[in-house]
Design a protein around this ligand. Structure first.
Ligand SMILES: C[S@@+](CC[C@H](N)C(=O)[O-])C[C@H]1O[C@@H](n2cnc3c(N)ncnc32)[C@H](O)[C@@H]1O
Length: 299
């Protein structure tokens, strides 16, 4: 007899389920915080990325990620990126041979930069300003790959709803590809000039409530700025990530962990070669038909 473990509501050590209005409070606050910091990121790196993508075929992704993407299959695949920021990763996927590419991000400033770069460099990618949770049914079932990269999941208050959106975007047999910051990295102090022990555990692994911070988002140009805008950062355990993905109808295909820092805040740990997991790649596959049938999406 087939047995299926069904304890969805009990697996989580930390995850909180949020009501839609509460979600919007967080995501709108984060939108404002990202709009505030984007000009600083642009001041530090906009020209650098423009120059880079003016070179034909330029790819900003690291070798490990490129190898995994190629192993999964990216050439000719229609890709949606969630939380795409300034578009550099999606432009890279396009340069790796992806088919139709659409990036979604809540920040107006990030999307404006991504659109301008795609146009300047003549790389055909579409960029849509949208909260992930508000992505409309017109996008359902249109993608072979949903791509999520470093520093995206931390802005997401409710993983179950996030993965449900990813699943809706995918065709049957499509893949969700995540290259993210390992939650163990979140337990360690961020790089700073006065840091004496980068390997000291300073934060818990299980933390249900978000970190609320003001400013400090310019990890690109490292400009100090004061802000009155709160930003909300959620640390999700690996079990929350994996089980939320499985709960949305995706089967686990691949999971690997790495000592490489993808957060831009834990280079000191990486350089210590202490065997600490700092990043991971997770691949899920849409097993059955998409729950949202694209043929009936507009009914
Ligand atoms: C750290 S950045 C993404 C980083 C990306 N890997 C890169 O290197 O450019 C996080 C992005 O998530 C976006 N974001 C945060 N909350 C979001 C939401 N609810 N829906 C869509 N985008 C969101 C932010 O606007 C920001 O551009």
């Amino acid at each position: 007899m087939e047995s299926k473990i069904n304890c969805d509501d009990r697996y989580s050590g930390a995850q909180v389920i949020h009501a839609p209005a509460e979600l919007q409070k967080y995501t709108e606050a984060n939108r404002a915080a990202w709009n505030e910091v984007m000009p600083l990121h642009q001041k530090a790196a906009r020209e650098k990325w423009d120059r880079a993508f003016l070179q034909p075929g330029y790819v900003c992704l690291d070798d490990v990620e490129v190898e995994m993407l190629q192993c999964m299959g990216i050439r000719g695949k229609d890709v949606a990126q969630l939380c795409c920021n300034n578009g550099r990763e999606l432009l890279s996927l396009k340069n790796l041979g992806a088919g139709t590419c659409v990036g979604f991000d809540v920040s107006d400033e990030a999307i404006a930069e991504a659109r301008a770069r795609a146009e300047l460099c003549r790389i055909p990618c579409q960029f849509v300003r949208s909260d992930v949770y508000a992505i409309g049914p017109e996008w359902a079932g249109r993608f072979d790959v949903v791509y999520v990269s470093a520093g995206a999941l931390g802005w997401i208050p409710d993983l179950r709803r996030f993965f449900a959106v990813a699943a809706l975007l995918l065709q049957p047999g499509g893949h969700l590809f995540i290259h993210e910051i390992h939650p163990v990295a979140e337990m360690l102090p961020c790089d700073s000039p006065g840091l004496t022990d980068a390997l000291r555990i300073v934060e818990p692994y299980f933390k249900a409530e978000p970190y609320v911070e003001y400013g400090g988002l310019d990890y690109v140009g490292h400009a100090e700025y004061s802000s009155t805008l709160p930003q909300y950062w959620f640390v999700h355990t690996l079990s929350d990530v994996i089980m939320s993905m499985i709960g949305s109808g995706l089967a686990l295909e691949h999971f690997s962990e790495y000592p490489m820092d993808v957060s831009a805040g834990h280079h000191r740990v990486e350089q210590a070669h202490a065997g600490v997991p700092l990043s991971y790649i997770l691949i899920g596959k849409m097993a059955g038909p998409a729950r949202f049938d694209k043929r009936t999406a507009n009914d």
